[in-house]
Ligand binder design. Sequence first.
Ligand code: C2O
Ligand code: CU
Length: 460
Amino acid sequence: MILKPTRRAVLAAGAAAALVRPAAARAGPTEITARGGRAQLLPAGHPETPVWGYDGTVPGPEIRVAQGARVERRLRNALDVPTATHWHGIRLPNAMDGVPGLTQDAVAPGETFDYAFAVPDAGTYWYHAHRDSTEQVGRGLRGPLVIEEREGAPEVDAEHVLMLEDWRLGPDGMHQGAFGMPHDDSHGGRIGNVVTTNGAVEPALPPAAPGARLRLRIVNAANARVFTLGLEGLEGWTVALDGMPLEAPEPIRGPLVLGPAQRADLVVDVTAEAGAEAFLVHLERDGGYVQASIPVAGAVQARRPVPAPLPPNPAPRPAMTDARPLGLVLAGGAMGGMRGASVGSERMDARTLAGRGLFWSLGGHAGPPDAPLAELARGETVRMVLRNETAWPHAMHLHGHHFAELGPDGRPGALRDTTLVAPRATAEIAFAADNPGDWLVHCHMLGHAASGMTTWLRVA
Ligand code: C2O
Ligand code: CU
């Protein structure tokens, strides 16, 4: 497919420079404050947008530590509403998972909560609010969390963390419409009209030489948008998904699909010529749009060989013998024909549910059931069938563990923490339940999670 990237908007040189994060960013601050701020999300010259951000910025400060090190952050809540922070994809102790009502009390305005945990796996992760997430993440409470390999990182000339975001903004820069509107929740979620990378429309990254090698850490931090990504003037390999290294780098031959919350680590070489630009684009029905651009300048560098695989993480791969079967039916939504579901111990018909803002169910429950979906023995392997009976894709996320996506032959593939299940399709995952505690399973289209698609598992 030949892409025709649109010209990027001309950003003032100063604004472009401010967007760029140095490859070796310092570790984030010890205290991190959830508070209001303003961000230039619309192109320069248009009004700013009021946001909620960690330290008031969008995205929040990058947290970067070495594999095996500890992340220690005091969350200070300077918002007017309670909040909590979830460390997406990190295999951490349950009490640090940041889920109000399940693993901690919400942090009241003016209060603090201390998060402290070791990070066992290298890779690209992120952190985000986990209370009223449609609104809190939607207003900007999210940031990148990068765990560096202690050794065996690919040799690159530069690295860029690219957080992809989606906003619904008016020409005045204000968020349009309420968060959690029934029409959004029952359809594809809150899909926006302004797509940014690291808080800016079509940002320019620092220049790279022809032949230069880059590592791109891409995070889909959008509320609900599935990004279909393409490369122009760049060629390379996917080396990790959701933080976890692939057994072998996979050549990028077509569009790369990232559901909400999913990540991809790419190693790419600049194939565009000096004087041209290279692009990360996102593909829509009508063509490709610039997600980030790289001016190409300087002396041609010799191409390097295929990168070695990233060193494997200690995250367990599921042993497929003696796996316990579990089924999970995804139901509801517009054109889903859901008849009813349980709320707590009460059975309700679809109309009653809709009256309460519930449009979806997981395993017959709209919203988290009183008892866990399953109680698992520590160390047990679970094989879970996700049957999507709805007309919509869902990005299903399991907390506290990574799972293998099973291929059509039943063989475990890549380890992930979020799997995108296509409409009316069935997907299978398997994981070793080795992390004790109560763990959410939910759709990461945040409006779906809020309107029924949330359940939980207990690992004893
Ligand atoms: Cu990234 Cu429960 O979420
Ligand atoms: Cu969903």
